[in-house]
Design a protein around this ligand. Structure first.
Ligand code: OSB
Ligand code: MG
Length: 371
């Protein structure tokens, strides 16, 4: 593989409904898309999952744009590598910036699978032609609104419900949800809104039979999560604080979690995501695919990743229509009445890119070329 062109573009996409977490509310996404081309004109698409500000992690759209433009693209352009699996190593020198790296790396995987004429998920070694799906429901203005949303998602077939919590929107809300829906698969995600001093409150959630509590403590912490896990019955799931397979290994050894959420951007791409999956599977720790309010390109990559063997739990990958009036891929991602997404059989990410729509949504572009 030899990438000759890296094309960046930023699109703006308005969410159908705002999405609120403990770190803030998102109304409109700013998304960096990456298109890579080789000498024969074969193309691949990737999406940067960095947010609009450095709140989920240090990266955000403008940092990703700059580091990609000034450093990462140059490290990949014109380099002969054996395949997409070798692209990550080309970008080793800059530290962190995994979401920016993943946007190039995942685009290369799409290109490679397209060149081979195989669906990306099969090329990655996926074993699951249909992935189980859940939904992530943000903080609402009232508990009643939340109950209504849950009702609607269950009616659509989703297999599990995740609700966001933060101080002041936690115990009582979970209690109401459990009272109304006693038998559903339910979990919570705190996005680092608590500290170890909140252990009694988090222990009080044990009575609601939650599948897991996701990232209750600091984004860069594993030690306190291990202490917390010893104090509560509910399984801790790590999101923010697992950025690599090494992180996953250490977290598991420490007892910091019993479940891991894998996100392509957070770990730096498909190759590292597969290594995280392998570490977890080897330790009998189930994983699932997280989401970052992706457009169709990122969503398609998530579907491919979630077909790997260890992704046994329903993830946060759900239908395009939950996010966008019109997605940038064709067809949009849809969910079956049994709450699954069927992995596409077409080459690469397996969805058509809506070029005209993307052009209309684009607010800036930059094209970088070899030599
Ligand atoms: O913590 O999983 C998270 C969205 C943005 C940032 C962080 C998270 C999320 C979600 C949404 O939970 C998942 C999705 O529906 O894409
Ligand atoms: Mg999370």
């Amino acid at each position: 593989m030899n990438i000759r062109t890296v094309e960046l573009r930023e699109i703006r996409l308005r969410l159908v409904h705002f999405f609120e977490t403990s770190f803030g509310r998102t109304v409109e996404r700013r998304i960096m898309l990456v298109r890579v081309l080789d000498a024969d004109g074969a193309e691949g698409w990737g999406e940067c999952t960095a947010g609009e500000g450095p709140f989920y992690c240090e990266e955000w759209i403008d940092s990703a744009w700059e580091v990609t433009r000034l450093f990462l693209a140059k490290m990949v352009l014109g380099q002969e590598v054996e395949g997409a699996a070798g692209v990550g190593a080309l970008m080793r020198r800059p530290r962190g910036n995994r979401m920016a790296k993943a946007s190039i790396e995942t685009a290369c995987w799409d290109l490679e699978a397209k060149r081979l004429g195989v669906p990306l998920w099969r090329h990655l070694g996926g074993v699951r032609p249909e992935i189980p799906c859940g939904v992530s429901i943000g903080i609402q203005d009232t508990p009643e609104q939340l109950l209504e949303k849950i009702e609607k998602e269950l009616a659509a077939g989703y297999q599990r419900i995740k609700i966001k919590i933060k101080p002041g929107w936690d115990r009582e809300v979970v209690e109401k949800v459990r009272a109304r829906f006693p038998d559903i698969q339910l979990m919570v995600d705190a996005n680092s809104a608590y500290t170890l001093a909140d252990a009694p409150l988090l222990r009080a959630l044990d009575e609601f039979d939650l599948m897991m509590i996701e990232q209750p403590l600091a984004y860069d912490d594993r030690e306190d999560h291990a202490k917390l896990q010893r104090q509560i019955k509910t399984s801790v799931c790590l999101d923010e604080s697992v950025r690599s397979a090494e992180d996953a290994r250490k977290a598991i050894e420490l007892g910091a979690c019993r479940i891991v959420n894998v996100k392509l951007g957070r770990v730096g791409g498909h190759a590292e995501a597969a290594r995280v999956e392998a570490v977890c599977r080897g330790a009998n720790v189930p994983v699932w695919c997280g989401g970052m309010l992706e457009s169709g390109v990122g969503r398609a990559h998530n579907i491919a990743m979630a077909t790997l063997r260890g992704f046994t739990l329903p993830g946060d990958v759900s239908a395009s229509s939950r996010y966008w009036a019109e997605d940038i891929i064709d067809p949009p991602v849809t969910v079956t009445p049994r709450g699954t997404i069927v992995a596409p059989e077409r080459p690469g990410i397996g969805f058509e890119i809506k070029r005209d729509l993307i052009d209309r949504l684009t607010v800036r572009t930059e094209t970088l070329s070899a030599d």
